[in-house]
Design a protein around this ligand. Structure first.
Ligand code: 13P
Length: 247
C-alpha cells in the first residue's frame, strides 16, 4: 500500500518572513499522520521554514539544486547544502525549469543522480504540453521523459524517488485534468517503470498528479488507483492546503 504524498510547491513566492508566517499558519492544520506532507520552498526560505516546522510532521523540500558537489558555480545550490539545512526532498525537472531555463532530460538525469547520492528524495516532474496532448503523443512523450530521467538509476534507488505528472496545460490555469486523463497517464507511467525495472518496483513508486489541484478536486484525484497524492502550486499558499492534506 503506497502512502499518499501531499506536496506544496511554493514556486517563487514568499519572502522569508512571509514564509515563516505561512508555515506557522498551516502547521497545526496539516498535522495528518496518514500522509507525507512536504513544503517545497524557495531556497532562501529553507532555513527559517525548517526551524518553524520543527517537531511537526512537515518535511521540507527544495525546488531545485545543481549537479556539482561544490565550487565555482555562482548562484547555484548543492545537494550537500540542502541536506545540511534540513531538506529531505527536492523537485527536479519542473516544467517551468524545463521551459524557462532550458533544462534538458540529460541534465535532469544528472540532478536526480546527485540528489540520490545525497539521500535526497527527488520529486521527478514530467508532463506534456497542450499541443502534444492534441497531437495524441502524450503517453509516448512522457514515456521518453521517464526513461531519460531514470537512465542509469538502479531499482533500489528508484524506490527512493517520487514522480509528479503535471500536464503543462493544467498548471496555474485552473484547468484541471479530468480524473480519467490524470489516471490514464499515471497508470501509463507505472507501466513505463515496470518496463524499466520490474512490477514490484513499479508498484511501490509513488506517482503524484499536479496541475490546478484544489480542495474540491483533490479527493477524487487521489482516489484513483495510480495517483498517490498531489504536487500543489497555487493552493499550497493558502489555508486551503490543509483541506487538500486532509482530503
Ligand atoms: P498549480 O497547482 O498552481 O496549478 O501548480 C501546479 C504545479 O506546477 C506544482 O508544481
Amino acid at each position: 500500500m503506497r502512502r499518499k504524498v501531499i506536496a506544496g510547491n511554493w514556486k517563487m513566492n514568499m519572502t522569508p518572513s512571509e514564509a515563516v508566517k505561512l508555515a506557522n499558519d498551516l502547521k497545526g492544520n496539516v498535522a495528518n499522520d496518514n500522509v507525507d506532507v512536504i513544503f517545497c520552498v524557495p531556497a532562501i526560505d529553507i532555513v527559517p521554514v525548517v526551524e518553524a516546522v520543527k517537531g511537526t510532521n512537515i518535511k521540507i523540500g527544495a525546488e531545485n539544486m545543481y549537479i556539482e558537489e561544490k565550487g565555482a558555480y555562482t548562484g547555484e545550490i548543492s545537494a550537500n547544502m540542502l541536506v545540511d539545512a534540513g531538506v529531505s526532498h527536492v523537485i527536479i525537472g519542473h516544467s517551468e525549469r524545463r521551459q524557462l531555463f532550458n533544462e534538458s532530460d540529460e541534465f535532469l538525469n544528472k540532478k536526480i543522480k546527485k540528489a540520490i547520492e545525497h539521500k535526497l528524495i527527488p520529486i521527478v516532474c514530467c508532463g506534456e504540453t497542450l499541443e502534444q496532448r492534441e497531437e495524441g503523443i502524450t503517453l509516448t512523450f512522457i514515456k521518453d521523459q521517464i526513461k531519460a530521467a531514470y537512465e542509469g538509476i538502479s531499482s533500489e534507488d528508484a524506490l527512493n524517488t517520487i514522480i509528479a505528472y503535471e500536464p503543462i496545460w493544467a498548471i496555474g490555469t485552473g484547468k484541471v485534468a479530468t480524473t480519467e486523463q490524470a489516471e490514464e497517464v499515471c497508470a501509463s507511467i507505472r507501466k513505463n517503470l515496470e518496463e524499466i525495472y520490474d512490477a514490484k518496483t513499479a508498484e511501490e513508486i509513488r506517482i503524484l498528479y499536479g496541475g490546478s489541484v484544489n480542495a474540491s478536486n483533490a479527493a477524487e484525484l487521489f482516489a484513483q488507483n495510480n495517483i498517490d497524492g498531489g504536487l500543489v502550486g497555487g493552493a499550497s499558499l493558502k489555508p486551503e492546503f490543509a483541506n487538500i492534506v486532509n482530503y
